[in-house]
Design a binder for this molecule. Structure first.
Ligand SMILES: *Cc1c(COP(=O)(O)O)cnc(C)c1O
Length: 414
């Protein structure tokens, strides 16, 4: 192992040298996003009493209004619904889709198969009780081309059938494809709106927030949704999600979130306001740390001979770093090393398990302060070809580095 250590040290020095420029480029985006967040706080005139919350119905909660106004401005949206009662990203997306779609309407995904948890919601595996399919909402899908770009001709063809809502996924999710950057989303939305100006364009923004200096609503998205235990909560939000976009659509989503007639006017904020505000204040920096961790990981793993996606110097529009380890055993070992480096649950050893909704066992590592928070550091992947592990988040880049080196040691040990 002595020689292995010396070799790793040399490689690490080379990696630090190579990632200097990509990390510096990132600083420009982090700086711009910090300025954008600060400006939002100042324009909304956030004050001490906004940090306190309400109970019960939560009528006249000025803090909640301030939170939603700040988030709307940061997201470039007219309006935002930002709530601790939204339990996850999937829930936020569900509110958006069920809020807009009615029986007989059609939803069209233009970025291929949507994120796993949406399959049941849409009813792609049969008419699951309560799914959009059961309500009579039709679904269509245009797959990405083999290089992971939108299939414009396919979309033009699909739009010949009347379509109410378009679904675009910004992040790669857990697929070996590039994330869709804001420039590509801009072009895609312009193309779609030219064909049908009335169609409601929805973007699943999970993992994408603050990775670039613009958000989907700034390039024409009508509605977006995401989770607060990913990017925007800055690692401080203990739960929650958001829907943002054009006022009329956010209101329809709010009616689905609570009930028609009360919409977003109710909803106690309890102790969430301070953490939602402090979280979004920290988010540009935390997202930057996670991205620097991902750049480090991509560069190091590629040097050691593993295929990575994206590569360290490729542009990014989400937090996810794919590594193709190529063997089931290596996935398990690497995850065990990552887990050992966690602040929480470092003493437990990850085992592959049959997760509901997946057709092969899944291995996961992640010792987080907030359960399942993927803005903290975590890794997961289905144990099947191409034996790829997806890493995301990291509250500090130094922590990501320590964890990845710990993962590597498990692989290199024997
Ligand atoms: C995480 C994620 C979701 C779902 O969010 P949960 O909080 O896990 O329910 C949906 N879409 C994408 C692209 C995601 O990354």
């Amino acid at each position: 192992m002595q020689n292995g250590e010396i070799k790793l040290d040399t490689v690490l020095n080379e990696v630090e040298e190579q990632i200097r420029i990509p990390c510096q480029n990132l600083n420009k985006i982090i700086g711009k996003n910090h300025a954008k967040v600060l400006k939002a706080f100042q324009e909304v005139r956030v004050t001490d009493f906004h940090l306190k919350g309400s109970t019960g119905y939560g009528y006249n909660d000025a803090g909640r209004d301030a939170v939603e106004e700040v988030y709307a401005r940061v997201l470039g949206a007219e309006k935002a619904l930002v709530r601790g009662q939204i339990v996850s990203g999937t829930h936020a997306i569900a509110i958006a889709l069920f809020g807009i779609l009615r029986p007989g309407d059609k939803l069209l995904s233009v970025t291929g198969k949507p994120y796993d948890t949406l399959e049941e919601l849409i009813g792609m595996r049969g008419e699951a009780p309560g799914s959009l399919a059961e309500l009579g909402v039709k679904y269509g899908q245009v797959d990405l081309t083999c290089d992971g770009q939108p299939d414009y001709e396919g979309i033009r063809e699909a739009l010949k059938e009347k379509t109410k809502m378009i679904l675009i996924q910004r992040s790669r999710g857990y697929e070996w494809r590039p994330s869709l950057n804001i420039a590509a989303i801009d072009e895609l939305i312009s193309f779609i709106k030219e064909i049908d100006p009335k169609v409601v364009v929805f973007v699943d923004n999970c993992y994408g927030e603050l990775v670039e200096d613009k958000e989907p609503c700034e390039v024409g998205a009508d509605l977006i949704a995401g989770s607060l235990i990913k990017n925007l909560g800055g690692g401080l939000a203990p739960t929650g999600g958001y829907v943002a976009g054009k006022g009329e659509f956010v209101e329809l989503a709010a009616n689905r979130f609570t009930a028609p007639g009360i919409g977003g006017e109710v909803g106690p904020t309890m102790d969430f306001n301070r953490m939602f505000l402090q979280g979004i204040f920290m988010a540009p920096m935390v997202v930057g740390e996670a991205l620097q961790g991902a750049i480090f990981t991509a560069c190091l793993m590629e040097k050691l001979g593993y295929a990575v996606s994206p590569r360290f110097d490729e542009s990014r529009s989400d937090l996810i770093q794919g590594i193709r380890l190529g063997q089931a055993e290596l996935m398990v070992k690497f995850c065990r090393g990552l887990q050992k480096a966690s602040p929480i649950d470092s003493h437990v050893s990850p085992e592959p398990w049959d997760m509901p909704g997946y057709d092969s066992p899944v291995i996961m590592a992640g010792g987080t302060f907030v359960q399942g928070a993927t803005i903290e550091f975590s890794a997961d992947g289905p144990i099947r070809e191409p034996y790829a592990l997806y890493l995301q988040g990291g509250l500090s880049k130094e922590y990501v580095k320590l964890a990845v080196i710990s993962g590597l040691r498990e692989i290199l040990m024997d």
